[in-house]
Design a protein around this ligand. Structure first.
Ligand SMILES: Cc1cc2nc3c(=O)[nH]c(=O)nc-3n(C[C@H](O)[C@H](O)[C@H](O)COP(=O)(O)O)c2cc1C
Length: 342
C-alpha cells in the first residue's frame, strides 16, 4: 500500500479541523502533488480482480463516485490510488458556481455528509479539454447534468450538448437525474420525462457511435428515495429503452437515521453510513426487475470490503465510493480492489 494510504489516520484529524470544503480542496491538491512526485503508485493489480462490464474491461470493481472530482482535475492521481475507474462531474453545458457556502457538512457521529453543492463545475468544455490532455489509460466515466437555470422542458438539450462534447473522451456517460440540489432535477425520474430523455439520448448515442466508430455506454444515475411503483416503472423504461446500465444510488433526502444530529436540518443530500442499507435495497430491487444485460453500479455508504461485497451480492457489478474515503481514507480502495469477481 502506498505511504499516503497509511498516513490517513494522522492526516484525518488535521483535515477535520478545516471546514469540509476547504479540506476537500486541499486533499485534491495534495493528491496531485503526491502523484507528481510518484508517491501514489498502487500495487500491481491482480488479474483475478478484472471484470468486464458495459463492454469495458475494468481492472477492479471499485470506482470513484461522481462529485469528488467534478472538474476532472486529478483523474490520473485517483487512478494511481488504485481506483479501477473514475467518474468525473457532474458537468453542465455552461460553467456555474453552485450554491452559496457553507454547502458541505460532516455529521461525524453518523459517519455521514450532507451536501448541497448544486453542481459547482467549470462546464463540460473545460473538463473535456483536461481529459483530452491525458496520455494515460484508465477508465473514465463522465457524469452529465443540466444547468440550474435550464427549465426541465429543455433539460434534454443540456444533456445532449454534454453527451456530444464528452463522447470522444468518455468510456461511459452517466446521466444524472437524481441530484437533490438542482431544483426539479429529480422530477426527470417521472415516467414521461425519463422515457423522453433516455430515448433522445439513446438516439444521439447511436448517431455518435457511427461518427466515432465506438459505442460509449449510457448509464442513468438514480435516487435512493423511490417507492416500489417508481422502481418498477424505471426498470420497465430502462429495459424497453435498452439502457446500457444504471448507477444506484445518489444521496438521500431522508433524515431518519440522523434525526438527533444538530446538522440534520441542513438542506441537501445525505451520504455515508446511513445510506448504506437503503441503497443496497434499491440495487437488489432493480436487479430483480432488470434483464442481465443492464448492469448496476452500486454506490452508497460503502466503508469496508464487507459493505462492497454486500452491494455485489445484491446484484451490483461494480461499486463506487465517496463518503467512505472521507472517513476511512484511501486504504479502503486498495482493500476493495482485492475483491475478485464472481
Ligand atoms: C460532496 C458530494 C458531492 C456530490 N456530487 C455529486 C455530483 O456532482 N454528481 C453525482 O452524480 N453525485 C454526486 N454525489 C453523490 C455521490 O456520487 C454518491 O452517489 C453518494 O454520495 C453516495 O455514496 P457515498 O455514501 O459513498 O458517498 C456527491 C456526493 C457528495 C458527498
Amino acid at each position: 500500500m502506498p505511504l499516503i494510504h497509511s498516513l490517513y489516520p494522522l492526516l484525518r484529524p488535521i483535515l477535520f479541523k478545516l471546514d469540509a470544503e476547504t479540506a476537500h480542496e486541499w486533499t485534491v491538491k495534495l493528491l496531485r502533488v503526491a502523484h507528481g512526485l510518484g508517491l501514489l503508485k498502487s500495487e500491481v493489480q491482480n488479474p483475478k480482480s478484472e471484470i468486464s462490464v458495459l463492454g469495458l474491461k475494468f481492472p477492479n470493481c471499485v470506482g470513484l463516485a461522481a462529485g469528488m472530482d467534478k472538474s476532472a482535475s486529478a483523474v490520473d492521481a485517483w487512478l494511481a490510488c488504485g481506483f479501477g475507474h473514475v467518474e468525473v462531474g457532474t458537468l453542465t453545458p455552461r460553467p456555474q458556481p453552485g450554491n452559496p457556502t457553507p454547502r458541505l457538512f460532516r455529521l461525524i457521529e453518523n459517519e455521514a455528509i450532507i451536501n448541497r453543492m448544486g453542481f459547482n463545475n467549470p462546464g463540460i468544455h473545460a473538463a473535456v479539454a483536461r481529459l483530452e490532455k491525458r496520455s494515460g489509460g484508465g477508465i473514465v466515466g463522465v457524469n452529465i447534468g443540466k444547468n440550474f437555470d435550464t427549465p426541465n422542458e429543455n433539460a434534454a438539450d443540456d444533456y445532449v450538448k454534454c453527451l456530444h462534447a464528452a463522447y470522444h473522451v468518455a468510456d461511459y456517460i452517466a446521466v444524472n437525474i437524481s441530484s437533490p440540489n438542482t431544483k426539479g432535477l429529480r422530477e426527470l425520474q417521472a415516467e414521461e420525462p425519463v422515457r423522453r430523455l433516455v430515448s433522445i439520448l439513446k438516439e444521439e448515442q447511436s448517431k455518435l457511435a457511427s461518427q466515432h466508430g465506438k459505442l460509449v455506454p449510457l448509464v442513468v444515475k438514480i435516487a435512493p428515495d423511490l417507492d416500489t411503483t417508481q422502481i418498477e416503472m424505471l426498470a420497465r423504461v430502462f429495459s424497453e429503452m435498452q439502457l446500457d446500465g444504471m448507477i444506484a444510488t445518489n444521496t438521500t433526502l431522508s433524515r431518519t437515521a440522523v434525526k438527533q444530529h444538530p446538522l440534520a436540518r441542513e438542506a441537501g443530500g445525505l451520504s455515508g453510513a446511513p445510506l448504506n442499507q437503503g441503497s443496497t435495497e434499491v440495487i437488489a430491487a432493480f436487479r430483480q426487475l432488470l434483464p442481465k444485460t443492464i448492469p448496476i453500479i452500486g454506490v452508497g455508504g460503502i466503508f469496508s470490503t464487507d459493505d462492497a461485497q454486500s452491494k455485489l451480492n445484491a446484484g451490483a457489478s461494480l461499486v463506487q465510493v465517496y463518503t467512505g474515503l472521507v472517513y476511512r481514507g484511501l486504504g479502503l480502495v486498495s482493500d476493495i480492489a482485492k475483491l475478485t469477481a464472481f
